[in-house]
Ligand binder design. Structure first.
Ligand SMILES: *Cc1c(COP(=O)(O)O)cnc(C)c1O
Length: 382
C-alpha cells in the first residue's frame, strides 16, 4: 500500500492562532465567555447579520440547544433528511422526540421540501434541515410551510459557513441555526460551533440553557441580583482557548473560503468531460445558492464502481471518501426514528457519492494528480 500523498482534509492554520492562544494563556481568563468569545459573537453579528449568536463547544451542542429551545417533548416528531450526520437526529432523540426521515432532492442532495407536508402529523413540532456541502435547502418554501403549520425550523448549517441562499447567509434564515468549526469543516477551532438565534424570543432562554440552566449571563449584566438555577441546561460553551483559535480563523474566513472555492471550481471544470462521457456526475450548481466550496463530490454509476474508484485512488496515495450511511437504516435510526415515504434517492446517493480531497493550501499539482488518477481509473475500466 502506497503512503498517503494527498490526504482528504488538512485543517487550515495560517493566521494569528498562536498569538491569540498566547494572549489567552498569559491572561487570566481560560474558561468560556471571555474577550475572544465576545469578539467572535461580534464577528457573527457584523458578518452574518445574525441577531444573536452563542458559541458552543460543537455544532452537536448547538443542535441540542435547538432541540431544547424548540421544547421537544417525548413523542413529538421532527422532520429531517436521512442523508445527514448523526448529530441532527441525536439532538432530537435525546429529548425523547422522534426523527421522521424523508428523502432528498436528486440535484442538491438536500431535504426534498415537496415531501415535507405529507410527513406532517399532529405530533410534528419542528423541521431540522441540513445544507449539504454548503448548498442551501429551499428555505423560502420550507419557511412558508413552517409558518403556516406553526413549526420551528432549525438549520443544521454545520457545513454552510459563509454560504448563501438568495443572498441570505445560511444559518440565519430558520428560527435557529447551527454552524460547526470541527477540524473537518471550512473554518475550524478543533472542536467548536455556534448557535445562531434569528427569532429573538429564544435569546434569553438560550443563554440560560447554555450556562447550566442558570441566569449567570443576566447576573453579569446586572439584570438580576442573584445568580441561580432557573431552568434545565448543560455546559454548552467553549473555553477561551477554542474561541481564540476560532477568532483567528474568522479573520481569514473569506480568504479560506475563496481558496476552497477555486479548488472546487477547478475540479468542476476538469470533471466536465467525465460527466459528458457518462462515467460519473458532478454536483449541480443551483443559481440562487452561493456555496462555500465545502465538498467536491462525484456520483458514480453504482456501489461497486464507487468502491473500486476509492480503492484505485487509495492505492495511488489519494484519499477520497464516501459519506453518510443513511440514518433511517442505521441501528439507532430504526430504533428511535421512522420514515415517511420512499427514501430511494437517499439510498442511491449514499451508495454512489465519493468526496475528493479538498483543503486550504492544496496546490494545482495536487489537484491535477487527483484529477488524473480519477481519469486513469475510468480509462482502466473502459
Ligand atoms: C459536522 C456536522 C455536524 C457535527 O458538527 P460538530 O461540530 O462536530 O458537532 C452536524 N451536522 C452536520 C450536517 C455536519 O456535517
Amino acid at each position: 500500500m502506497s503512503k498517503v500523498q494527498i490526504p482528504f482534509n488538512r485543517p487550515p492554520v495560517q493566521g494569528r492562532e498562536m498569538a491569540y492562544l498566547e494572549e489567552v494563556l498569559t491572561g487570566r481568563h481560560l474558561s468560556g465567555d471571555g474577550p475572544f468569545t465576545k469578539r467572535c459573537h461580534q464577528w457573527f453579528h457584523e458578518n452574518l447579520g445574525v441577531k444573536k449568536s452563542l458559541l458552543t463547544h460543537s455544532c452537536t451542542a448547538a443542535l441540542e440547544m435547538g432541540a431544547l429551545l424548540a421544547d421537544l417533548e417525548p413523542g413529538d416528531e421532527v422532520i429531517m433528511p436521512s442523508f445527514t450526520f448523526v448529530s441532527t437526529a441525536n439532538a432530537v432523540v435525546l429529548r425523547g422526540a422522534v426523527p421522521v426521515f424523508i428523502d432528498i432532492r436528486p440535484d442538491t442532495l438536500n431535504i426534498d421540501e415537496k415531501l415535507i407536508e405529507a410527513a406532517i402529523t399532529p405530533k410534528t413540532k419542528a423541521i431540522f434541515v441540513v445544507h449539504y456541502a454548503g448548498v442551501g435547502c429551499e428555505m423560502d418554501a420550507i419557511m412558508e410551510i413552517a409558518n403556516r403549520r406553526g413549526l420551528i425550523v432549525v438549520e443544521d448549517a454545520a457545513q454552510a459557513m459563509l454560504a448563501k441562499y438568495k443572498g441570505r447567509e445560511l444559518g440565519t434564515i430558520g428560527h435557529l441555526g447551527a454552524l460547526s468549526f470541527h477540524e473537518t469543516k471550512n473554518i475550524v477551532s478543533g472542536e467548536g460551533g455556534v448557535l445562531l438565534i434569528n427569532d429573538t424570543r429564544f435569546s434569553d432562554r438560550a443563554e440560560i440553557i447554555r450556562e447550566k440552566g442558570t441566569n449567570r449571563s443576566q447576573f453579569f449584566r446586572g439584570q438580576v441580583d442573584k445568580y441561580t438555577w432557573v431552568d434545565v441546561g448543560s455546559s454548552f460553551l467553549p473555553s477561551e482557548l477554542n474561541a481564540a483559535v476560532l477568532f483567528a480563523q474568522l479573520e481569514n474566513a473569506r480568504a479560506i473560503t475563496d481558496a476552497r472555492l477555486s479548488i472546487w471550481n477547478r475540479y468542476h471544470a476538469e470533471f466536465e468531460a467525465l460527466e459528458k462521457q457518462g462515467s460519473a456526475s458532478r454536483p449541480k450548481v443551483v443559481s440562487h445558492c452561493q456555496h462555500n466550496g465545502h465538498i467536491y463530490y462525484l456520483i458514480a454509476r453504482n456501489l461497486d464502481e464507487r468502491t473500486a474508484l476509492i480503492s484505485h485512488l487509495k492505492a495511488r496515495g489519494v484519499s477520497a471518501v464516501f459519506h453518510y450511511v443513511p440514518l433511517h437504516s442505521a441501528p439507532a435510526g430504526r430504533k428511535y426514528g421512522r420514515t415517511s415515504g420512499s427514501l430511494a434517492q437517499t439510498d442511491r446517493i449514499s451508495d454512489t457519492l465519493v468526496r475528493m480531497p479538498l483543503w486550504w493550501g492544496m496546490n494545482e499539482e495536487q489537484i491535477g494528480l487527483v484529477v488524473d488518477t480519477v481519469y486513469d481509473f475510468y480509462r482502466s475500466r473502459a
